[in-house]
Every structure is written in C-alpha cells, then in structure tokens.
Design a protein around this ligand. Structure first.
Ligand SMILES: C[S@@+](CC[C@H](N)C(=O)[O-])C[C@H]1O[C@@H](n2cnc3c(N)ncnc32)[C@H](O)[C@@H]1O
Length: 324
C-alpha cells in the first residue's frame, strides 16, 4: 500500500490553498521535475493550478455520491450497445468544430465537464479553475508525447473519439503521420475535417477492438496509443492484443484505468475499483501483459499508477510495452 504521506504534494503543508508545482506534476505523471519544466513550461504558467482539499461534510458528500453511483442504473455499463452513444457524441463535436471554423477546443469531449470535483493524490479536491481537468489533460498529454512518442515514425490512436489527441500529436510531431481509428464513423469525418483545415498528415477510419480489421497494417516504427478507450472493452481485449502483437509496433502506450493498481485497503480506491467493475471497464489487461512478459513475448517498459482522476476513478494510469 502506498502511504498517504507519499502521495501528498511536496509543498502541501506550506501553501494554502495548495497549487500544483512542477515537482507535483512529475510525481503525478511518473517522470522528473526537469522533464515537466522542459516539456510542459507553457502549461505550467498559463493556468491556475490551485485546489482545495475536501474535508468534513464536503468529503462525505463526495463519498456518498460515489456510493450511490455504484448502483448500475446510475451510469451505463460499457459494451457494444453503447456504440450509437459514442457516434452521436462525436458527431456533436464534429458539428461544433465545423461551426467554429476549426477551433481545436471544440474537439474536447463533452464528458469533461467544467467545475467538477476530482481525485488528486488520493483525496477529493475542488480545483480553483473550472477547466482544471481539460488543462490537466493537456499538460499530461504534452509530457506523454515527449516521453513516449518522440521517436515514432508513425502514431496510431485506437479509440480516438473526437480526435483531440490526434490533432495535438500531428501538430507537435511535425511531419509524422498520425492515424486515428474508432468504431464511430464520426471520428473519420473529424479526421478529414482536421486534414482539410490544417493540412496535417492525419488519416484513419473505422476499427472495432472486438474484431480488428486485418486490413489495418501498422507502419514500421509505429507507436500506438489508447487513451481511455480500451476502458470500454471490459475483459474482451484478446483480439486487439493479438492484432498488436502481429503488427509489432515499436511501442504501445495505454492510458487507462488499470484495476490491478487499485488498493482495496484505501477507501477511495476500494470505491473506484467497484465503480470500474460496475461499469464493465477494462479488466485483466495488465495481468495479461504481465503474463505475456513472463512468456518472453513482450517487454513492459513502464507501469504507473496516476493519482489523478474523476470523482469516481483514476483514469490516467498507464502501461507501456513493446514486443520482445
Ligand atoms: C472515453 S472515449 C475516449 C476517446 C479519446 N481516446 C479521448 O481520450 O478523447 C472512448 C472511445 O472508445 C471508442 N470505443 C469504444 N468501444 C470501441 C470498440 N469496440 N472499438 C473501437 N472503438 C471503441 C468510443 O467510440 C470512444 O471514442
């Protein structure tokens, strides 16, 4: 179990209200302070990173909400019958993107709601900035890109949804082809709209984790990303893993809620794990990767429990691996 003091931000006792510093981001991301300063500087200074730790009745209210949320009816379980929901959601982002004349902010998923309480360093907190989650996603993505995608000859995001990450990667890794795939057709339409508007080398189309298209063949030196997407397959990740193993990418980066990393001796973790299971989120994936490593078929480069999340679960943990 991680001791509570290990998770607290380093400056916690000295600042009121606390505000995330480069050293805190480094611990949250699983990197170094130097990386955060070098790779994420504009985000560090552009935004208000202060937050208030919830205590007493406020914390109890959050806990109660998490308990109520465990009722399956309060949130739909992931699975094939949710495809039309994703399709409709991403079509809305496409319409907003077109109506705004190509504003990349219009590609932010609508489920990132301003003003939400979040989980940070194992506590419930209220950020000062209503767009904290959006900006946190951006600063983490900037770090992740430099850490794991800098040597990519091509990037593939599977389950790319509104293609916000595809657009960022294409903009940042100048000249590197970035492909987005999703089972929602709207995602392909968004990719075409991004290519039309910005001229970046983005392409892609339909792809189903449950039945990967053998016609999709990864370029040499490809780096693969899933970002809160494998979450949706529950325990049914075998076909996609076989697809990846057959294609031998340079590296696979999965930013996902990883149930194996929750610790049931911690109250918020125990609730998160139950929520994760109730929603039929990604199950047994890290366990399967560890078994593949044991068989000598892959090398796991990194596993990190990211102590940041929604009120209900920590969704930005990651595992990075490559074929042996
Ligand atoms: C939570 S969203 C994440 C979207 C994007 N990666 C992001 O971070 O903005 C989950 C995505 O997974 C996609 N998805 C769910 N099940 C899928 C499946 N079986 N095959 C392909 N994509 C799927 C959904 O359409 C959706 O775009």
């Amino acid at each position: 179990m991680i001791a509570a003091t290990e998770m607290r931000p380093s400056h916690h006792s000295g600042q009121d209200p606390p505000s995330l510093q480069a050293s805190d981001f480094a611990r949250l991301f699983g990197g170094t302070e130097r990386q955060v300063v070098e790779w994420c500087a504009p985000y560090l200074t552009a935004h208000d990173w202060r937050y208030r730790v919830l205590t007493g009745e406020d914390r109890d209210a959050c806990l109660l909400q998490a308990v109520h949320r465990l009722d399956r009816k309060a949130a739909p379980a992931a699975g094939t019958d949710r495809q039309p929901d994703w399709e409709a959601g991403w079509r809305q982002n496409l319409n907003d993107f077109l109506a705004s004349g190509g504003d990349l902010d219009a590609l932010v998923p609508k489920y990132i709601r301003p003003g939400e309480y979040i989980r940070l360093f194992g506590q419930y907190v209220q950020p000062a900035n209503r767009d904290f989650v959006k900006f946190y996603t951006q600063i983490f993505r900037a770090w992740l890109t430099q850490r794991f995608f800098e040597d990519a000859a091509a990037v593939y995001e599977f389950g790319c949804g509104p293609c916000s990450h595809v657009a960022y990667l294409a903009q940042t890794l100048a000249g590197v082809p970035v492909y987005g795939f999703d089972w929602a057709e709207a995602s392909g339409d968004i990719l075409r709209a991004i290519a039309d508007r910005y001229g970046w080398p983005v392409a892609g189309g339909r792809f189903d984790f449950f039945a990967p298209d053998p016609g999709v063949v990864l370029d040499d030196g490809a780096v693969v990303l899933t970002f809160g997407a494998l979450e949706q397959v529950g325990g049914d990740h075998g076909a996609f893993l076989d697809f990846l193993l057959a294609n031998r990418p340079r590296r696979c980066v999965h930013v996902e809620g990883l149930e194996e990393l929750y610790d049931d001796r911690d109250l918020l973790d125990a609730l998160a794990r139950r929520y994760h299971r109730g929603r039929n989120y990604l199950s047994g994936f890290l366990t399967r990767l560890r078994a593949l490593e044991g068989e000598g078929r892959i090398v796991i480069e990194s596993v990190h429990r990211h102590h940041f999340g929604t009120r209900f679960d920590d969704t930005f943990s990651y595992v990075v691996w490559r074929p042996a």
